[in-house]
Design a binder for this molecule. Structure first.
Ligand SMILES: C[S@@+](CC[C@H](N)C(=O)[O-])C[C@H]1O[C@@H](n2cnc3c(N)ncnc32)[C@H](O)[C@@H]1O
Length: 248
């Protein structure tokens, strides 16, 4: 019998989308626990996260929403880019992350300028056509496979017709190297510990009706990371053909 090891996992098996089995409450609890030490633990993600914010090229006066803001580092960068005439909002499922983000924004003198929400990004508590841009880094790959289009549909709903989305996410290239196989194998074995997995970032965006405008492929410890900025094509924006899953 073939042993279950990352080296033995064949490419076709690895290409199957892995499912996320934990509940939203479990996700919130896990990030509540991680929140106080998260900045130290995830510092290696910062260069790609920052590149993602820069790629979005926010202008003064724009309105931007971040999904899964974590400890709020990108919220600070985005608030500085859009200035006091702009508007920044964020939604994260973890109260613990919200506490850390709130503290950071206060220390940076931005406490009253960012609309911080605690909730599920699969049901955005914002009206249609509210934002010029939506951003998410290392967050979309935490959603279960059938929920990714729901989240992207919500992004389209809250974006203004010619708005843009910026994603930084672990990417699933067609052929995976050893580190990618090891990561996916670990995710399958211990989904509660390794909570995310690579996803086909560009393909998910295209399936949700976005048009990738700018794609940067990077590596992080041998893992593929995609930084993508995408827009809704003008004709699609006029007739989005998506259901409103949330809104207020
Ligand atoms: C891996 S962390 C990334 C944090 C931050 N974006 C960064 O790049 O440092 C993922 C974040 O997504 C949040 N999250 C997980 N599931 C979520 C959901 N269903 N809705 C909103 N946020 C969620 C977590 O609480 C966590 O703060």
């Amino acid at each position: 019998m073939r042993k279950d090891t990352p080296g033995n996992a064949d490419q076709s098996d690895m290409a199957q989308p892995t499912r996320v089995v934990r509940t939203k409450d479990q996700a919130a609890e896990s990030y509540d626990r991680l929140a106080p030490g998260y900045d130290r633990f995830a510092a290696f993600e910062n260069p790609n996260r920052r590149r993602g914010v820069r790629a979005l090229a926010l202008g003064r006066g724009e309105a931007v929403l971040e999904l899964g803001y974590g400890t709020g580092a990108s919220l600070v960068d985005m608030a500085r880019s859009v200035g006091s005439e702009g508007c920044v909002a964020g939604i994260d499922i973890s109260e613990g992350m919200a506490r850390v983000a709130r503290g950071r924004l206060e220390r940076e003198g931005l406490g009253s300028t960012v609309d911080l929400r605690v909730g599920d990004a699969a049901r955005l508590p914002f009206s249609d056509s509210t934002f010029d841009a939506v951003f998410a880094s290392f967050t979309l790959e935490l959603f279960d496979t059938p929920e990714i289009p729901v989240v992207l549909g919500e992004c389209r709903r809250v974006l203004k017709p010619e708005g843009r989305i910026g994603l930084v996410a672990m990417d699933a290239p067609p052929r995976r190297g050893l580190m990618e196989r090891l990561y996916v194998w670990t995710h399958r074995k211990w989904p509660g510990v390794v909570d995310c997995r690579p996803i086909p970032v560009e393909a998910e965006l295209i399936a949700a009706g976005f048009r990738p405008e700018r794609v940067e492929n990077r590596r992080m410890f041998g893992l593929a990371v995609a930084i993508v900025v995408a827009t809704v094509p003008a004709d699609e924006a006029r007739s989005p053909g998506i259901d409103s899953a949330g809104g207020d």
